[in-house]
Design a protein around this ligand. Structure first.
Ligand code: C2E
Ligand code: MG
Ligand code: MG
Ligand code: MG
Length: 287
């Protein structure tokens, strides 16, 4: 269809469009090759972003976010390389790397008395569908000697509920093992809300898009949405956290609506481990 359209856009349209397509696909191909070697070449790092409990003001968790710096391509956003990793199957290997490193970092912080709370790790739909996923999680925890209730897995609605029966079974198994389950980007998926009754969920993360215009005296649609999600989560006894909090107005609006937790640039950007440690120690009582 793209080719057909391009042809009918005029004589130069054809060449321009195919060249653009060519450049795009060769960048992706190059990126795939480089991504395949990224872990072995030490180009992957994790940054950590604090999650703050509004009641106590304490950091109750940190989210691990993958960073890739390549000498040729520079710093590449996860928004670009995660989808590529999912399409090419590289996500399993990458996901295992993230899980292992995040869990090991959590263990070191426990040993050093760094008050990070719970380690939250993003997992993609494809990882969850793999038969050995549960085993991979259990192995990482055992290798590091991290108590399972210190690990939280963030997954999207579609990941958790797309393939109903298998997903229910896996989430149940994860829950029974003590690992926490968090639903990322909540409100952007298309799944039915009935799953919230069927499986155990520990946390709902209100998507950034609903938080953006909070406290701006706008139409109030985002306010209504956020209020409804918080209300629902509270009645289901699920922790609710807002993502992407950047301003004091947003924070006050969330506080007013009794959101449990917040995460966003207002408090801290995702930081390399050393900087996060310093940040946490500054926040701690007496620090
Ligand atoms: P996510 O899991 O929803 O992570 C939140 C994203 O929002 C992160 O972007 C974070 O840096 C950004 N963010 C946090 N606070 C704010 C804020 O106040 N304002 C704005 N504008 N943005 C904020 P990042 O690190 O670029 O990651 C993007 C997405 O890539 C993540 O969305 C997640 O879906 C995926 N991702 C990142 N690391 C991993 C990973 O290790 N595994 C998997 N499967 N996906 C990952
Ligand atoms: Mg996340
Ligand atoms: Mg999110
Ligand atoms: Mg996301």
């Amino acid at each position: 269809v793209a080719m057909y359209r391009a042809k009918h856009d005029g004589r130069n349209g054809y060449r321009f469009y195919t060249q653009e397509m060519h450049e795009r696909s060769s960048r992706l191909l190059r990126m795939e090759t480089l991504l395949r070697q990224a872990a072995a070449r030490g180009e992957l790092h994790l940054h950590y972003q604090p999650q703050i409990d509004l009641g106590s003001g304490r950091c109750v968790g940190v989210e691990a976010l993958l960073r890739w710096n390549n000498p040729e391509l520079g710093a590449i956003s996860p928004a670009e390389f995660i989808p590529l990793a999912e399409e090419t199957g590289l996500i399993s290997q990458l996901g295992q790397w993230v899980l292992r490193h995040a869990v090991q970092q959590a263990r070191r912080w426990l040993d050093d008395g760094v008050p990070f709370g719970v380690m939250a790790v993003n997992v993609s739909t494809i990882q969850l569908r793999q038969k050995d996923f549960m085993q991979t999680v259990a192995d990482s925890l055992r290798e590091a000697g991290l108590p399972s209730d210190r690990l939280e897995l963030e997954m999207t609605e579609s990941a958790a509920f797309g393939n109903a029966e298998a997903a229910v079974k896996l989430l149940d198994e994860l829950h029974r093992s003590g690992v926490r389950i968090s639903i990322d980007d909540f409100g952007t998926g298309y799944s039915s809300l009935s799953y919230l009754k069927r499986i155990h969920i520990d946390k709902l993360k209100i998507d950034r898009s609903f938080v953006r215009d909070l406290g701006q005296d706008s139409e109030g649609e985002d306010e209504a949405m956020v209020e409804a999600i918080i209300h629902m989560a509270r009645s289901l006894k699920v922790t609710v956290i807002a993502e992407g909090v950047e301003t004091l107005e947003q924070l006050e609006s969330l506080r007013l609506r009794r959101c449990h937790e917040v995460q966003g640039y207002f408090f801290s950007r995702p930081l390399p481990p050393g900087e996060l440690e310093a940040w946490l120690l500054r926040q701690a009582p007496g620090g």
